[in-house]
Structures are given as C-alpha cells and as structure tokens.
Design a protein around this ligand. Structure first.
Ligand code: SF4
Length: 288
C-alpha cells in the first residue's frame, strides 16, 4: 500500500464545517487519517456512511463529506447494523469514544461481533469522557484523578482489545494519533476486511488528560513485526496479556469467517428455493 500524497484526493472527503475540537485533540489526526483511508480505497462519498453516537469523537460525521448520522449515546452499533443489513452496498463506518462504545454501548458489542456484520468500528480512546468535561470512563487508568474520581479512580480499567478478542471479533487492530500514517494503514485494512473490524485508536484528550498522553502513547507503542501472524488467535491472546502497560500497534487478530450479509443471503436463498442451508463452524479460537 502506498501513502496518499495528493492532498486533493483526500480533501474531497472533508466537509467545509470547521471542527470545534480543542487545539491539539487527537481526533484531528483521526479525521485526516480516515479521509486518507477513504481516498486510498477510492470510496464513493455517496455510498459511504459514518455512524456515531454522542461524544467529542462522535462529531466526526459533520466533518466528512460522506453520509453520516450523529445518533444517540451508545446506540451507533445497532443503527449502523440496520443500515448495513438493509443497504449492503453502503460502506459503513461506526465511530465513537471509549465511554460511548464500552460503557453505554457496551452491551451491543458482543452481538455485532457474533453476527460479524461487515462494517468497521473506530473507537477513539482517550481514557476519559471529554464532551461532558472529564469523568472517568471504562478505560481510565487506576488512580487517575478525574471529575468523578477526585482521589483517583478505584475501578480497574478494561482492556478493550482483550474484550474484543474474547468476543471472537474477526478483525482487531490498534493505531494512535501519534502516527497518522500507520493509522491510515490500519483503517484501510479494517475497511477491506470482509466482516466486523475493530480498530482501537489511541486519541489523546489534551484538555482532560493532558498533553503527556501523547508522550505516554509514543513511549509505550510496540509495532508488530513482519513475522507476527494475526491469524493465530492464541498468539494474539498471549500478546495482549504479555504487553501490560504497552500498546501493541498493528493488526493483532483476524480470521476469515463469513460476514453476516453473506449468511443472510444464503439463508434467504435456502428459504425461497428449498435448498439445504448449511452452517459451517469456521471459528476455531477458544473452541475445542
Ligand atoms: Fe478532544 Fe478532549 Fe477537547 Fe474533547 S475535550 S475535543 S476529546 S481535547
């Protein structure tokens, strides 16, 4: 894959609306990287949709020239699922923050993974609720002082990569706003994946987590080497457990099970023709 060098090729995906994110917010890099990924894949603006919930990151659809829906808190996944199932020709991207997706919307995650709906989820993870002015989120590190944890957070944060691997998500990757070129590559890979893809984007909140978040991510990043095999689920599990305190960057896991839409088509065909409908058990991770 080559880096997109012609600014005009990605700028057509950016809307004239000026972002109102704080200066230095990591979400600016996500916006540009996403537009570059769209340009790399040459996605038509009229058959691409970005669906979000509520939060700073969820302003994303307004800043893009694609279709979009800044929906309701925690409910972007079911809305996007409905869109993809009814309009399989549309490229569907879901985006949101760590709180929106793993607290309020957390219950939807297991089911979109089970179905393997062919869409991409981008979680702009800054370990805090930014829009509502700095409350502890599901990924806030232990001991962090926030608006709701004046003496330091006493709740163990969740590792969303492990959560998604445990659910058997068919594509898991991580990137960060400290490296937008790598972020574009990961988004491209995720969109190309025929099934549900999850990319955790470490996107600093300079206002409520401080500029040090950039430094922390840079120092903790470990890029996966060329020899790493993302189809090996056990290796992925070991990686996510071995690197506590570190951030593995790259495609961590992927498999090739059929996407939900394919199964729906086969099921519909069987129901209308009377042909046998076979369900293959292709998922090997954690199964005997
Ligand atoms: Fe970004 Fe944080 Fe400002 Fe929200 S509050 S725009 S996440 S820096």
């Amino acid at each position: 894959m080559t880096e997109v060098r012609d600014p005009a090729s990605f700028k057509k995906y950016i809307s004239p609306l000026k972002p109102i994110w704080c200066p230095g917010c990591g979400d600016y890099a996500v916006l540009t990287s996403l537009a570059k990924a769209f340009a790399e894949l040459n996605l038509p603006t009229d058959s691409t949709a970005v669906i979000t919930g509520i939060g700073c990151s969820s302003r994303l659809p307004g800043y893009l020239n694609t279709y979009g829906f800044n929906s309701i808190h925690g409910r972007a996944i079911p809305i996007a699922t409905g869109l993809k199932v009814s309009r399989p020709d549309v490229n569907v991207i879901v985006a949101g923050g760590d709180g929106d997706m793993f607290a309020i919307g957390g219950g939807h995650m297991a089911h979109v993974v089970r179905r393997n709906v062919d869409m991409t989820l981008l979680v702009m993870d800054n370990n805090i609720y930014g829009l509502t002015k700095g409350q502890a989120s599901p990924t806030t590190p232990l001991g962090t002082k926030t608006l709701t944890s004046a003496y330091g957070s006493i709740s163990t944060p969740i590792n969303t990569l492990r959560v998604m691997l445990g659910y058997n998500c068919s594509f898991i990757a991580q990137a960060s706003s400290t490296d937008p070129v790598h972020m574009t590559k990961m988004i491209v890979e995720a969109i190309k994946h025929p099934g549900f893809s999850y990319v955790n984007l470490l996107s600093p909140c300079v206002t409520y987590r401080g500029k040090e978040q950039y430094q922390m991510i840079k120092e903790g990043s470990i890029y996966l080497e060329a020899g790493y095999d993302p189809s090996d689920g056990i290796a992925a599990w070991k990686l996510l457990n071995a690197n506590d305190g570190k951030y593995p960057m790259g495609v961590i896991y992927k498999d090739t099970r059929p996407a939900y839409g394919t199964k729906v088509d086969e099921l519909r065909n069987a129901a209308t023709t009377g042909k046998e409908f076979k369900i293959e058990d292709e998922v090997k991770l954690f199964q005997p």
